[in-house]
Design a protein around this ligand. Sequence first.
Ligand code: OGA
Ligand code: NI
Length: 350
Amino acid sequence: MPSFVANVNQQTDVLPKGVKALMDNGLVTIPGRYIKPPSHRAVKHLIVPGVEIPVIDMAALESDREKFVQTLCKASSEWGIFQVINHGIPVATMQGMVHGVLELFDLPIEEKMKYYTEEVFVPVRYCTSMTPSQETHMEWHDHFQHYFSNREKEHPWPEKPACYRRLASSYVSSVRHLSQTLMSALSEGLGLDSNCLAKSFGDSEMILRSNYYPPCPNPDLALGMNGHTDSGGLTILFEDQVGGLQARKGDLWYDLKPIKNAFIVNIADQLEVLSNGKYKSIEHRVLVQPDQTRLSIVAFCNPSRDAVIGPLPELIDEQNQAETPHYHFKDPSSIREALQSWISDAWKRS
Ligand code: OGA
Ligand code: NI
């Protein structure tokens, strides 16, 4: 056993570099910082295994748009999460992206550390957990994150690996197109013009976040990602077949069974607000595995940071009062204040 392992419980060893680095160095028990208090751990009897969440077949969009919109609207209201098949994005584009992302995480730790930051609004971020210096209990994953806006033609990229830029550009443009198609149908599902939600988003922004969950020596004591709702608009996630993503309804956590080459799409907070609560921003979390690495590539399709968000006026009448006031999306404190009574514990990552 390398001497490093004996030291690993010291918090300073754990903080900066990430869980992949810990495992690559032969870690055999998880450091204290990753052990969740019993109240935060996954409780087996509250988990519903192998659940098939609604499946949205994009091929149906061409044959019967009205029915497609109804099915999408039902899935977004009853679940807030669904899998998307026949989406038209070539498997080669998705597999290419997976390849690029794996190479990114396989870079020497010194290269990855060039991008290490706890700042959220930076062009390229490498980090482990969420904001390690502020967390009592860390999450068992590392991630790379970067921004794509419509405004800037040139986006900063990680310098290495050389293939990454080409593969990620192709992936992002395909996923952006998918998000636009879904947003149009979601607008129609609210009885509105198809461009209504896109207009409210303004000059929308996409955040691409790749999460790497290495095997965990004590999977029952840790979580890959704590329960949370996504703070943006619409989330489009591609994962491998390892599993571990769970969605919460009431007290139960539903274990999502991935369909090969499908995307998992979830409604995020801003779409719940714009729809005045009709679409549900679902809470989700990630469990870790004892013997497998899991990879997810998550595209957050978000409103412009200048957008003013609130329930769409067309959805408000005497029977349907506005559930939340309006707020500026770029200002987290105004969002928290506006949504205080509405958002559960999504903001309080432990
Ligand atoms: C996220 C998220 C889930 C996953 O990054 O917000 O929920 O499967 N990820 O990695
Ligand atoms: Ni999420």
